[in-house]
Design a protein around this ligand. Structure first.
Ligand code: GTP
Length: 631
């Protein structure tokens, strides 16, 4: 397919501004997927949310797209030309910005969507930033036009977006992905305004960028590639610049949105994936570990240097993960293995806790990413799972110049080791918050309480009509650790849902961190220890001790729960011993049949398997699950 008839683009937007819906509509209009408008009208609300590009169950439940997926479509332009449009669908949350980068890489342009009723939001700014960094041509569109009709909010959004993109208001497309209004103009806009990939040069050597992959138990790894130079066809021998391993190309094609082998497609006459095209290849790669995002393939006989690639994914939030069921470890391991094949950004390593036994330490891009994975894991594993408190990677720099990064609170230096430590560094983020001006005070207070340092404070817009209040953009530097638990939800509730928030990675900075241990009758519960800023220790210590007191059942003896930093005790709670039930002795026994007794005994045995002992105290795992935030 000649490059001048190809357009590679991504749809970028704040979460829920309608990317997947627009992608579906474009696939429908081009006949790539069957038209469904009539069918949609007959569907109930639940079914309507089911979208072609959101394939995984959790994504539907949460309404977010987690995996970037691309789809190619053939578009019959009104002038009679047939274009090949390669759409790279991107997920919509800060935690997944690595996936966003992945889909922007092979594109020449991006369609920036803004919800007509909400206007520009924090993530609109950050995704635009990424697109600009990559010199992409950005086409602006205001979506959900059906919601605003003629009430002025739509035009206010157009104004805001044209100012942001520094273009004329009439260059902004007005669209309703829901009703189909203006979707044709999006297709035309993509063709007219986004540049085609560079032209194909005869005998050019192959360089193909692998930007995503998935696993198929029958064929092995299926890699999604963007052919940046040259061409690739069935039977070619290719080599990975990352691993040096060579593979024969067994099959290849485009995604539209299902895999279409090139051999079967009458439109792609050349039977090759040529420069500018995006597609899938199967090359007898059996081990998922050999599939590297950002890898460059070249022909084995014509070595080439790798293309500029994206940075490897970094895990920024870690948590321990343990089965609650006795003997559940192998099953949990299996479930984690299956899921990490579909979400390669999760890292997993075995670990063991003296309290919880064998488990895993999982690493995520962020806390939302962790929540989504946890829910998926519980679905996959079909049992409750204990997930320990999240921790960000903490850098410990020693006086002798060495340093280590810890991802488990239990590895935090104890007071003795602290004498050798020069400084402790923690990751920060650069947070962008967009909100109506009236919430400025509340947001500043929230950021200050989370150890934030203000960086900038600007007006996004001034009131232009009765329908748009002045809105501000606040930029703060915040420690990542302070926002991973409830920052986002507090921000939402403080601003009645009007504030939006996004962040990018900042530098590591000094943090006065310490380890808080939880002791039960003087024995440490490793699964409950945490790394905290010293200023938060008092409150957290009291909270944890109290919460634990509520779930630890009474025992024969008194149970003392303590929160401690080093040898100083922060909080102390007490669970009184059971009173001896004398009547039970008198009335119990005699009238229960042997069988009932046996059953009760068996039940007791099962219960015990779901308990753990710390010293002389028995704690049901379910209590720990509750304390750690499981439902
Ligand atoms: P993420 O993938 O989670 O970032 O979301 P998204 O940007 O892909 O948004 P999605 O397409 O899932 O749409 C979010 C919600 O907005 C859904 O409930 C859609 O039905 C709705 N929606 C999308 N486009 C329109 C539109 O043009 N009009 C109206 N009224 N609703 C729309």
């Amino acid at each position: 397919y000649p490059p001048h008839l190809i357009r590679n683009f991504a749809i970028i937007a704040h979460i829920d501004h309608g990317k997947s819906t627009l992608a579906d509509r474009m696939l429908e209009i081009t006949g790539t997927i069957p038209p469904s408008q009539a069918a949609v009208d007959r569907m109930d609300e639940d079914q309507k949310n089911e979208q072609v590009l959101d394939t995984l169950k959790v994504e539907r439940e949460r309404g977010i797209t987690v995996r970037a997926q691309s789809a190619s479509m053939f578009y019959d332009h009104p002038d009679g030309t047939k274009y090949l449009l390669n759409l790279l669908d991107t997920p919509g949350h800060a935690d997944f910005s690595s996936e966003l980068l992945r889909s922007l890489l092979p594109s020449q342009g991006a369609l920036l969507l803004v919800d007509a009723a909400q206007g520009i939001q924090a993530q609109t700014l950050s995704v635009l930033d990424e697109a600009r960094k990559r010199n992409l041509t950005v086409v602006g569109a205001v979506n959900k036009w059906d919601l605003v009709k003629d009430d002025g909010r739509g035009e206010a959004a157009v104004k805001e977006l044209s100012a942001l993109l520094d273009c004329e208001e009439d260059e902004i497309l007005r669209v309703s992905a829901k009703t189909g209004l203006g979707v044709e103009s999006v297709l035309e806009g993509v063709v007219a305004r986004i540049p085609p990939p560079p032209p194909y040069v005869e005998a050019e050597k192959l360089r193909a960028l692998a930007f995503d992959s998935y696993y198929d138990s029958f064929r092995g790894v299926v890699s999604l590639v963007a052919v940046v130079e040259g061409e690739i066809k069935k039977g070619d021998q290719v080599t990975s610049t990352t691993t040096g391993l060579s593979y024969p190309i067994l099959d290849l094609g485009i995604l539209s949105p299902r895999e279409i082998s090139i051999a079967e497609n009458p439109v792609v006459a050349s039977r090759t994936l040529r420069k500018g095209m995006v597609g899938w290849v199967v090359c007898a790669m059996k081990d998922v570990k050999d599939a590297h995002l950002g890898d460059t393939f070249h022909h084995t006989h014509a070595p080439m240097p790798p293309l500029e690639s994206f940075e490897p994914l970094k895990s920024m939030v870690f948590a321990g993960c343990y089965p609650m069921e006795p003997g559940g470890f192998p099953k949990l391991e299996d479930a984690i293995k299956r899921l990490t094949l579909t979400d390669r950004s999760v890292t997993s390593n075995r670990e063991s806790s003296s309290f919880l036994g064998q488990g895993f330490r999982l690493g995520f891009n962020g806390s939302l990413h962790m929540d989504v994975f946890r829910q998926r894991l519980e679905d996959e594993y079909a049992e409750e799972i204990i997930v320990t408190r999240p921790l960000v990677p903490v850098r410990i720099v020693y006086k002798n110049g060495t340093e280590k990064i810890i991802d488990n609170p239990d590895d935090f230096p104890d007071p003795g080791e602290m004498l050798k430590v020069a400084e402790i560094l923690e990751p920060t983020i650069r947070a962008t918050i967009v909100a109506p001006e009236e919430y400025t005070g509340a947001i500043i207070n929230l950021c200050t309480a989370h150890r934030g340092v203000p960086l900038s404070h600007t007006y996004l817009s001034t009131p232009s009509s009765a329908h748009s209040a002045a809105r501000i953009t606040l930029v703060y530097s915040l420690p990542l650790s302070s926002i991973i638990t409830n920052f986002h939800s507090t921000l939402k509730s403080l601003t009645s849902g009007f504030a939006s928030f996004d962040y990018e990675e900042g530098p590591y900075e000094r943090g006065d961190l310490c380890r808080m241990n939880i002791l039960v009758n003087s024995v440490k519960v490793d699964a409950l220890c945490s790394v905290l800023h010293r200023s938060a220790v008092q409150k957290e210590g009291r909270d944890w001790a109290k919460r634990l007191r509520e779930v630890v059942p009474r025992q024969q003896y008194e149970v003392v729960i303590q929160a401690a930093v080093g040898s100083s005790i922060i909080a102390r709670e007490r669970v009184a011993p059971m009173k001896k039930d004398v009547t039970a002795r008198i009335h119990g026994g005699g009238d229960i049949s042997r069988k009932l007794k046996l059953l009760a005994k068996q039940k007791e045995g099962k219960k015990r398997l779901r308990e753990r002992s710390i010293g002389n105290v028995t704690i049901p795992l379910k209590s720990l699950y509750t304390v750690l935030g499981g439902q």
